[in-house]
Ligand binder design. Structure first.
Ligand SMILES: [Zn+2]
Length: 559
């Protein structure tokens, strides 16, 4: 007979002598400095009680012989939820050659050469982490062609462009292709593709190509690597921000084979395409999937909404700004016009889906806020607040738009790892000092009443949540911890607020807050045990000891 059925106590476990982060305590004005309680009682995968060791239910559990885990004064936070990431891409990128840290074309070539010799049977060479600045903005196939005969694909760090050798360009057949809407295939004077594909060309040509040539086994092992990497960092949940048929199919297969120890909410990526009909057909596909995979039917594996990429990135001068770039006086238009965007947002909103609009430049942010306001806010009650629509990145927002987020109930989905001073060295020139002072205005979003959801945007940035929280709370570099340089220290947020954004805020942002994201009775026992001091400047010394998912330990550092 099953012991668990015989003895109800065996479904319970008591965690004591720890510092358990309590959002309720954190919100109380008296206890902001120490938002902690000292014991947690778990029952059947759910939190039964959080409080003091002296609480009667805890005392009784002890007397009843419930197993006790001594947390040895470690800090226990709710399991982290990555508010914005790319799951399959992360898994695949864990298997790609990293060009992180390269400073020149020579170094990049050297690393690729070494890798190609070490992997003679790989059908193609996939690299990640290239930054335009490493090659002074140049990305020609001819710079790579003599290295290897196999196709070489080099993702830019921000994933908004891919640099290919001639074999890769030939394999995809891009010569005959027109530029996709919202994207470009760089060409030489004679019209021949020269090596770089950008924006929608990455989404609609490179990603589907790499996805198709990868076998299902490769994809499954990529996904498993991503889950393990996430549990190891203390994550128990994530929001995939560009789900498509390919990744969805691979996840289905994985799910049929094993239990996935991370709760997944996904936004279906809508590409700009050529017509309203094509765009709306993509929204309809997301609606159909959400009818099958939603909070009622499949709470840990859901389609929650759509994702639209409204502009590019600042470094490539493809983010849409209200005023031209300071470095070259050019400007970029958003990748979507209001006329393209409004019907898509409306269709999704009407069907109860959440809209996640990628907007980095202040002009794209304006477009996103305006569109959500006009499409979703016509009713007197804040429909957009009920839907919890969201804007992704918000790297440059005007003071007015920063304030409008909270008023309209729009979640501010932020990725502090992108605000790392070490990767912003080109920004003073690109934006000018004064405008740079507006970048990553997290505190304004918070003060305006917006919910913050913290994410890593991995694999475009490191996924470790502690590094992310470090930059949010110190505005300093996690890449170069010895540097004391900060970017816009006036927008710093508190450790409590940042941890909440990485847990409860991210859960709220995808309607998972009644299930996970905080240590409260009735919620899933998802938590992470950390060796850390509650001090922002010391976060890089913190380490994850254990990760618990629904009351089961899914990661143990062994220390
Ligand atoms: Zn992203």
């Amino acid at each position: 007979m099953n012991a668990q059925i015989q003895d109800p106590q065996s479904r319970r476990a008591l965690f004591t002598n720890g510092k358990f982060f309590s959002k309720a305590a954190g919100n109380s004005p008296v206890h902001v400095e120490s938002p902690f309680l000292d014991s947690l009682l778990v029952n059947g995968g759910l939190i039964e009680h959080i409080g003091s060791e002296d609480d009667s239910v805890v005392v009784q559990a002890r007397q009843a012989g419930v197993p006790v885990y001594d947390m040895r004064q470690r800090t226990i936070l709710p399991g982290f939820i990555d508010g914005h990431m790319h799951f399959l891409l992360l898994g695949q990128s864990l298997q790609k050659l990293s060009l992180e840290g390269c400073k020149s074309l020579e170094e990049i070539r050297g690393r690729i050469k070494e890798y190609s010799q070490a992997h003679p049977s790989a059908p193609r060479i996939l690299c990640r982490g290239w930054m335009h600045s490493m090659t002074n903005g140049a990305a020609e196939a001819s710079m790579l062609d003599d290295l290897d005969e196999r196709p070489i694909f080099i993702d830019s760090k921000d994933l908004h462009s891919t640099w290919c050798n001639s074999a890769a360009l030939a394999e995809m057949g891009v010569e005959a292709m027109p530029d996709p809407v919202g994207g470009s295939i760089s060409r030489d004077a004679s019209g021949k593709p020269s090596g770089l594909l950008s924006e929608a060309a990455v989404l609609t040509i490179i990603w589907p190509h790499i996805a198709t040539v990868a076998t299902i086994d490769e994809k499954l092992s990529a996904l498993k690597a991503a889950i393990a990497a996430y549990n190891q960092c203390g994550y128990t949940g994530l929001i995939d921000m560009a789900m498509d048929e390919n990744a969805w199919e691979a996840l289905q297969v994985l799910r049929s084979k094993e239990k996935i120890s991370v709760r997944i909410a996904a936004h279906w990526l809508i590409t700009p395409s050529n017509s309203d009909a094509e765009r709306l057909a993509q929204v309809d596909r997301a609606i159909a999937l959400s009818k099958v995979f939603n909070a009622e039917t499949s709470p840990d594996f859901r389609i929650v909404g759509i994702k639209v990429i409204c502009d590019g990135v600042i470094d490539a001068c493809t983010a849409a700004l209200l005023e031209p770039y300071s470095s070259n006086t050019v400007n970029a238009d958003p990748l979507w016009t209001t006329d393209m965007l409004a019907p898509v947002v409306k269709r999704a909103d009407d069907a109860g889906l959440q809209c996640a609009l990628h907007a980095i430049g202040d002009r794209a942010v304006r477009l996103a806020v305006d569109t959500l306001e006009t499409c979703c806010l016509s009713a007197p009650t804040s429909a957009t607040g009920e839907r919890r629509h969201r804007i992704e990145h918000l790297e440059l927002a005007s003071p007015e738009d920063a304030r409008r987020l909270g008023k309209l109930g729009i979640t501010a989905s932020i990725q502090p790892v992108h605000a790392d001073p070490a990767i912003l060295r080109a920004w003073p020139k690109l934006l000018g000092e004064e405008r740079l002072g507006r970048a990553f205005a997290y505190k304004e979003f918070l003060d305006g009443g917006a919910t913050l959801a913290l994410g890593s945007d991995s694999p475009t940035a490191p996924h470790d949540p502690l590094r992310n929280i470090y930059t949010a709370t110190t505005r300093r570099s996690a890449r170069e911890p010895e540097s004391e340089a900060t970017v816009n220290n006036h927008f710093v947020i508190s450790l409590c607020d940042a941890v909440s954004a990485a847990t409860a805020g991210a859960a709220y942002s995808c309607f998972a807050d009644k299930r996970t994201g905080s240590l409260q009775p009735g919620l899933q026992a998802d938590f992470v045990v950390l060796d850390m001091e509650w001090e922002a400047s010391l976060l890089l010394n913190a380490s994850v000891k254990e990760t618990w998912f629904g009351g089961e330990k899914v990661y143990d550092s062994g220390l």
